[in-house]
Design a protein around this ligand. Structure first.
Ligand SMILES: NC(=O)c1ccc[n+]([C@@H]2O[C@H](COP(=O)([O-])OP(=O)(O)OC[C@H]3O[C@@H](n4cnc5c(N)ncnc54)[C@H](O)[C@@H]3O)[C@@H](O)[C@H]2O)c1
Length: 316
């Protein structure tokens, strides 16, 4: 596919799509050609804003002969099915993290791609970020000696972001929703397979479903150890250790987590059904269709900025 403009079809025009499609749309190496979503609002906006073809099902999208690559950004539990559909239609695939919900499903997806001579990439991922690739270069070069151990922490506000319970449940908490980024960076730096994994996860807020924290110890095949700690309850912010540069590489507002917690506190005491209805409505408004590429939904009255979305910027 060298020097070719890659024609991309998007499966699932949700919140992730609003955040990541501007990069696709602005890159001369790719052309956003089509998309599939079951929501009419998303399809209509895609046709009007991107001038692309819009299908109600992923199957129809994958049958489109003009598409080279399908970017799968439907909910986690559909990744396995939608990736296989795309591969069987002869398309290369980029699938959002987590790749799938079980190792068996991931292996089946890899087998399908290999058997057909197609590429499958899990992304977006931070192993392509310049600081991470540079760290890998330094490790490989040996200029600082042999890699002895890897230690990584990430403390963010994932569990107090304004997601409805159903979306948090769908996300499987921080282990499957946030962990893939951390594991993938560590795996790149470690440079191989691991020979052992030991971990435990915690669910420490009874008002939020799912696991919000974990501690994990890995050993690579060459004996290099790695420790991974994640806490998504929105207290400490590890960006403080990195000159207030956030995970996305942009400046992080130091009050972001406190803002998220204050916003969430306003919801905690609501009747659970009322809270869920409010948050579901908000989640809908964050998806492509209700908002356009790169746009953010308006916040409810009285909510603080900063803690609203997963990005790092202040003006959110
Ligand atoms: N890499 C990242 O940093 C990042 C960030 C956000 C989300 N994500 C990933 O992207 C995926 C989607 O997350 P989201 O927050 O955008 O979810 P979302 O619920 O906002 O969006 C999912 C979209 O898929 C559509 N959809 C669902 N089932 C469908 C079907 N059968 N056919 C066609 N369309 C269907 C929905 O209408 C919705 O528009 C998740 O796996 C999540 O982990 C990744």
């Amino acid at each position: 596919m060298a020097n070719k403009v890659l024609r991309v079809g998007v499966a699932g025009l949700g919140e992730a799509a609003t955040e990541f499609l501007p990069d696709y749309a602005g890159d001369p190496r790719v052309r956003l050609l089509a998309a599939a979503d079951q929501r009419t609002a998303a399809r209509e906006r895609f046709t009007a804003e991107i001038k692309g073809k819009a299908y109600p099902t992923v199957e129809e999208l994958c049958d489109d002969p003009d598409i080279d690559i399908v970017y799968v950004s439907t909910p986690h539990e559909l990744h396995h099915r939608h990736v296989l559909t795309a591969l069987r239609a002869g398309k290369h695939v980029i699938v959002e993290k987590p790749m799938a919900l079980s190792v068996e499903d991931c292996e089946a997806m890899n087998r399908e791609a290999e058997g057909r001579g197609l590429q499958i990439l899990c992304g977006h991922n931070h192993s392509y970020d310049a600081p991470v690739t540079r760290m890998r270069e330094i490790v490989r070069s040996g200029e600082l000696g042999r890699l002895r151990m890897i230690n990584t922490w990430n403390f963010n506000d994932f569990m107090v972001r304004p997601y409805p319970d159903f979306a948090l449940e769908m996300s499987r908490g921080v282990v499957l929703n946030q962990g893939p980024h951390q594991v993938e960076i560590v795996r790149l730096l470690g440079g191989g397979m691991v020979r052992s994994v030991r971990a435990m996860a915690g669910s420490w807020d009874e008002t939020r479903p799912g696991e919000g924290a974990y501690a994990c110890y890995l050993e690579f095949e060459d004996g290099t150890p790695a420790s991974l700690v994640f806490n998504g309850y929105g207290f400490f912010d590890t960006a403080e250790l990195f000159w207030w540069i956030g995970e996305g590489g942009t400046p992080r507002y130091p009050g972001k987590h406190a803002g998220s917690r204050r916003n969430y506190r306003q919801l905690r005491d609501l009747d659970p059904a009322e809270r869920e209805r409010l948050l579901e409505d908000l989640k809908t408004r964050m998806r492509y269709g209700d908002v356009g590429l790169g746009q953010h939904a308006a916040m409810p009255e009285g909510w603080e900025k900063g803690g609203f979305r997963s990005g790092d910027g202040v003006a959110q």
